[in-house]
Every structure is written in structure tokens, then in C-alpha cells.
Design a protein around this ligand. Structure first.
Ligand code: HEM
Ligand SMILES: [Cu+2]
Length: 623
């Protein structure tokens, strides 16, 4: 221990911000490229590009300020405090390394919404190309890179779009904590995302990559340097998943306020909890597999190359061992949002709270035992097929439980049809179709014909876009008033919901049909008899994009033009995050609250307010 008297006041004197980060990253990239040429390997260009991306990311993070704390500890300088309310004021706090979970939540939200715009533009280009059955709009060789960029960008987004903005912002507020357990790790889980997005976009300069998000060898071994973007970018997302996973678990286990027993925990927090277990355990497998692929492409190992004793089937297993839990990383927090929001607008206790928690854990547990349903037609031993078929179909049971908990809460309720509630109902409709189509895919005889067709593509868009993204929209309309202090316009919100709901279904439902008619995924040409169907889908997709523009318009209009301030508790909700003022003070709670009741005790005579907050302003009991 360094005694206080000897602590030096010296600090690093370079200004820490993203600009410094970029200025350091550019030379670091070229140092990496140069180093790559020194080894004299056949794959030297890949080695250089991989090293370049890794160095650039490290330099960027150092420029943003991630080295300060380790250096301060190492040399005994004065250590920067975790939260310094004076430093953390004004718009500038969103553009630098902040350790306030509320700032990180908003940084995450804005970043991811911008990424969503790029992913969405990619989707529009794909659908434009498919207006004609031949490859005349997209020249040969451009279609697969387009699919690759769109799919991986969307996977980056959907991996973090709920846990990043809403998990970081809300979990401490919901459990009565002042911060996350490891604020620096929390900041890191955000600051690796922008470099991941930039590195992914940089693939364009190398002509993109042809493998989609699954990165199957041998194609991924043969592809040009665009593939290296996939490897490094996806590894950074794995870093984000692990660091946020361990942090969320430590926070929820360790920092709950007195009285916040496990059965009083808001169900959204349970959604984050189970997601975090999956992220923490699955992402390292992905990172290991990607490292092996990077080594195959640079230092000439042959893990996945059959020609030298490796196995591409090994990749397929490693990838899906991560990949299937990954899709539940998308949906578990969405389940959490739906079960969280519905009781507040049904004004009824969450029906079967404990069963709902069991459902979340059931899904999380089973998701480890099903990955080979992605490999039914990839040479899997025939005796294994029934096992994976059964385990996959079993997942419908805990999923069904979560559905029943939500429907039971709605049963005979006098529902308040706010915009967030509409999106919850939209979620239930879409996810039902998505889930049921999953059961067809888990059935081996049907999957043998449907695998690789638009049917499976429609299935996962129903679950991910119709599910996770609808839940995201519900979360935005529900919690943004607390996070930004501004109400979103409910009128635009309703128009947004109906256009998005109708356009989504009219885009993706016909694609089940396209799949049944044997239209293959990831191919830019199709049978001319399907041209009518495809044009219908493309035009619907334009409307879907327009509905998202309407959402962006609503954000801008409501934040900057109307700026109607949100009251502390516009929904008269009981749960803890609504009892603090809007926007929440820097340290969340004047003093640590004492939790005395559950968050969903609506309609219960003489129900106590959820917490004793020690006379804080803005407190409302809810009724
Ligand atoms: C009731 C639950 C579900 C079942 C039974 C199920 C079943 C399946 C099966 C068997 C496949 C393999 C299809 C094939 O390629 O031949 C599949 C693919 C897929 N599912 Fe699901 N699924 C379910 C829920 C979900 C959820 C909740 C998500 C995401 C939020 C999801 C995302 C995906 C994705 C991304 C793929 C395709 C991966 C690819 O080939 O690129 N599924 N699903
Ligand atoms: Cu799966």
C-alpha cells in the first residue's frame, strides 16, 4: 500500500477522449500492418490486417483513457475516483470515458441505434437487389458481402441492444444500488463496441466477406482480408458479452439494497441475470474459435482445414455451441421486458412470478443442449438427431411458461393501452409465430427440406426482429422518459407501432412461403415464378424501414422540438426506478433505500410503497 503522503499528484497529461483514441489508433493500425510483413508468412497480409485491427483497438482504448487507472496504480499516482459528479456534467460526458452507469446506458443506446441505421440500410439494399430474379441489380460477387455486412452488424447490435442500454441504465436503479459492481469493466463493455462496428465496416475496403454471420470454413479460410474484420470485430463483441456478463452477475448478487430479496427482484433483472450467465459462458467459446480461425488464416495452423488433418465440422460445432445460447442472449432480456411492462399496464400483480423466473432459467439451461439442430444436414451422426430434436422441442415448455405468465397477467385485466403496451402485445403475436416455426425446424424430417431456405430466415427474423426489436421499442417508449427526461409523442408512437407491426408481418410472413417454395437463403437469384412474392416483400420492407425512420423522427421531435418534460413517474408504476426523480441524480439515491414490498403489488388493499427512500423527492406510491 502506498501511504497517502507519498501519493504523487502526477497524472497522464494527454487529454483522454475518442479523438485522441482515433489519433492513436491510426498509426497503431499501420504498425500492425508493418509487423505482419516481418514474419515472412504466406498469409502475411492477413497477419498484418489482424494485428493492425488489434493494435488499433488497443490504442483507441488507451486514448479513451483505459490505461490511466492501471498506470495510476502501478506508479502510485493519485487514482481517478470512480464517480466525480463535477467532472460528469454537461453534454461532454457522453463523449468521454464515463464510469456512471446512466451515462454508459445512453452512450450504448445512441451508438447502437446508429449501427441499426447502417444494418437497416444494408437490408434495404438486399431487398432492392431481390426486386429482380436475376443478378442484374447487384453485380455478381457483391451480394454475399452485402449479406455478410448486414447479418454481422445486426448480430453485434442484437447481442447488446437490451443489456447495453437498458441493463446498464436500469439494473442499479432497480435493485437500489448506486453503481455497478465493476464500473471500469462496464465502460469497457461499451467502448469495445464502436471499434467493433468500425472494423466490421472496414471489411468493405477489402471487398467484404462471403460467409454470412456463421463464418463456415473452408470459405472463411479462403476469403480475402475482409474476413479478418469478421474475426476481430466479433471477438470484440465476445469481450463485451463476457465483461458485461460478469459485471451484471456481480452487481445483482452483491449490490442489492437491504430488503431487495430474490423474490422482490423485478423480473427484468432476472432476464438480465439469466442472459448474463449465457453471455459469460458462451462468448469465450466464440472467442476461442475465432482465435483458432485467425491462426489458421495467419500463422498457418490448420484447425479447420480438412486438407491438413483439421475439421470444418469442428468449427460448426464450436460456432453453434456459442451460437444457440447467443440467440437466447437476444431473447431472454426481451422476455424480461415484456413480463416487466405488462403488469404495470395491466395494473395487476405479475401472475406466477416464481414460475416466470423458473421459465427464464429453464430456457437458459436447455439452450446448452440443442446446438446440433443447426447441423441436422451437416453429417451429424444419425443417432444424435432424435436427441437434439427432442431437446429443442423441450425448449417450448419453459418458453410456453413465460407466455402463460404474461397472458395470465393480462387475463381479465383492465389494460391501459399505452404505446409500450402495444409493442408488448405485438411481441406476443410475432414471437408466437417465430416460436412455432422453430418447432417445425427442430423436427428432423421437415428441417431436412427447410434448412438453408427462406423458411429458417423468416423464423429467425420473427424471433429476433419481431421479438427482440419489438421488445426494444417497448422499452424505449417505457423507460426513455426516465432516461432522458422527455416524453415521446404517443401519437407518433401509435402510428409507428401500427406501421411497424403491419409492415413487419407483411415483409416476413410471405418469406415462410418463399421457403416452402424452395427459395434458398444467401443467393441473389431466384426462380422467376417467385418475382411477385419478392416484390411484395421488398415493398413491405421499405415500409418497415420507413416505420423505423418514424421512430427516429419521434426521438428527435420529442427531444428537441417539443421537449415536454417527463414527470418522475408518468405511468404511476410501483417499481423502484420510477420512484427516483427524473432524470435520476448522479448517485441515484440520497441514501441506500430499504425495500419493503414487491414491485407488482397492484390492486392489493393497503399495499405499501415499494421502498423507504428516506424522504426523496419524486416518490409516488402507485396504485
Ligand atoms: C421455441 C423456440 C425455438 C425453436 C424450437 C427454434 C428452433 C430452431 C431451429 C431448429 C433452427 C435451425 C434451422 C435450420 O437452419 O435448419 C433455428 C434456427 C435459428 N433460430 Fe431458432 N428456435 C427457437 C427460437 C429462437 C429464438 C428465440 C431465436 C432468437 C432470438 C432464434 C434464432 C434463430 C436463428 C438466428 C437461427 C438461424 C441461424 C442461421 O442458420 O443463420 N430461434 N431455430
Ligand atoms: Cu439454435
Amino acid at each position: 500500500m502506498v501511504s497517502p503522503a507519498r501519493v504523487s499528484e502526477r497524472r497522464l497529461s494527454i487529454p483522454n477522449n475518442p479523438i485522441t483514441g482515433i489519433l492513436l489508433a491510426i498509426p497503431a493500425y499501420f504498425v500492425g500492418i508493418w509487423l505482419g510483413t516481418l514474419f515472412g508468412l504466406n498469409d502475411e497480409r492477413n497477419t498484418g490486417v489482424i494485428l493492425g485491427y488489434v493494435f488499433a483497438t488497443a490504442a483507441f482504448l488507451a486514448g479513451v483513457g483505459f490505461l490511466n487507472y492501471p498506470l495510476e496504480r502501478l506508479f502510485g499516482w493519485r487514482v481517478t475516483p470512480i464517480s466525480d459528479p463535477d467532472e460528469n456534467r454537461g453534454i461532454g460526458r457522453f463523449f468521454r470515458l464515463s464510469l456512471d452507469h446512466k451515462v454508459i446506458g445512453i452512450q450504448y443506446l445512441v451508438t447502437i441505434l446508429l449501427m441499426l441505421l447502417f444494418g437497416g440500410i444494408g437490408a434495404m439494399l438486399i431487398r432492392t437487389s431481390l426486386l429482380v430474379p436475376d443478378a442484374s441489380i447487384t453485380p455478381a460477387g457483391n451480394y454475399l458481402p452485402l449479406i455478410g455486412l448486414h447479418s454481422v452488424m445486426m448480430i453485434f447490435i442484437t447481442s447488446a441492444v437490451i443489456v447495453g442500454p437498458f441493463g446498464n441504465y436500469l439494473v442499479p436503479l432497480m435493485i437500489g444500488a448506486r453503481r455497478m459492481a465493476f464500473p471500469r469493466l462496464e465502460a469497457l463493455s461499451f467502448w469495445v463496441v464502436p471499434p467493433a462496428a468500425v472494423i466490421l465496416a472496414a471489411a468493405t475496403f477489402w471487398g467484404g466477406f462471403p460467409t454470412g454471420w456463421t463464418g463456415y470454413p473452408p470459405l472463411s479460410e479462403q476469403a480475402l482480408q475482409g474476413m479478418d474484420s469478421y474475426i476481430v470485430g466479433f471477438t470484440l463483441i465476445a469481450v463485451a458479452l463476457v465483461s458485461s456478463g460478469v459485471n451484471m452477475l456481480a452487481t445483482i448478487i452483491g449490490l442489492r439494497a437491504p430488503g431487495m430479496t430474490w423474490t422482490r427482484l423485478p423480473i427484468f433483472v432476472w432476464g438480465i441475470f439469466t442472459t448474463s450467465i449465457l453471455g459469460l459462458l458462451a462468448a469465450p467459446v466464440l472467442a476461442a474459435a475465432l482465435t483458432m480461425l485467425a491462426m489458421d488464416r495467419s500463422v498457418q495452423t490448420t484447425f479447420f482445414l480438412a486438407s491438413n488433418g483439421g475439421s470444418n465440422y469442428l468449427w460448426e460445432n464450436l460456432f453453434w455451441f456459442f451460437g444457440h445460447p447467443e440467440v437466447y442472449i437476444f431473447i431472454l432480456p426481451a422476455f424480461g421486458i415484456i413480463m416487466e411492462i405488462v403488469p404495470h399496464f395491466a395494473r395487476k400483480p405479475l401472475w406466477g412470478y416464481r414460475t416466470g423466473v423458473v421459465g427464464l432459467f429453464g430456457v437458459a439451461l436447455l439452450s446448452w443442449f440443442v446446438w446440433q439442430h443447426h447441423l441436422f444436414v451437416s453429417g451429424i451422426a444419425p443417432v444424435l438427431r432424435p436427441f437434439y430434436m427432442l431437446s429443442t422441442e423441450l425448449i417450448s415448455i419453459p418458453t410456453g411458461i413465460i407466455f402463460l405468465v404474461t397472458l395470465g397477467t393480462l387475463w381479465r385485466a383492465r389494460v391501459w393501452f399505452t404505446v409500450p403496451m402495444l409493442f408488448c402485445l405485438g411481441f406476443l403475436f410475432n414471437f408466437l409465430i417465430g416460436g412455432i416455426s422453430g418447432v417445425y425446424l427442430s423436427d428432423v424430417p421437415t428441417d431436412v427440406t427447410l434448412h438453408g431456405s427462406y423458411f429458417s430466415m423468416a423464423h429467425f427474423h420473427y424471433t429476433i426482429m419481431g421479438g427482440e426489436i419489438f421488445a426494444l421499442m417497448a422499452a424505449c417508449y417505457y423507460w426513455l422518459p426516465k432516461m432522458t427526461g422527455k416524453m415521446l409523442s404517443p401519437t407518433i408512437g401509435r402510428i409507428h407501432f401500427w406501421t411497424m407491426f403491419i409492415a413487419f408481418n407483411s415483409t416476413f410472413f410471405p418469406l415462410f412461403l418463399a421457403g416452402l417454395l424452395n427459395m434458398p437463403r444467401r443467393v441473389s437469384t431466384y426462380d422467376p415464378s417467385l418475382v411477385g412474392l419478392n416484390r411484395w416483400v421488398s415493398i413491405s420492407a421499405y415500409f418497415l424501414f420507413a416505420s423505423m425512420v418514424l421512430f427516429a423522427g419521434n426521438l428527435i421531435y420529442s427531444w428537441f422540438f417539443v421537449a415536454k418534460p417527463a414527470v418522475a413517474n408518468p405511468w404511476h408504476a410501483r417499481s423502484l426506478e420510477w420512484q427516483v426523480p427524473t432524470p435520476p441524480p448522479a448517485r441515484n439515491f440520497d441514501r441506500v433505500p430499504v425495500i419493503v414490498a414487491g414491485p407488482y403489488d397492484y390492486g392489493i388493499p393497503n399495499a405499501r410503497p415499494v421502498a423507504d427512500l428516506g424522504g426523496m423527492v419524486g416518490a409516488t406510491g402507485g396504485g
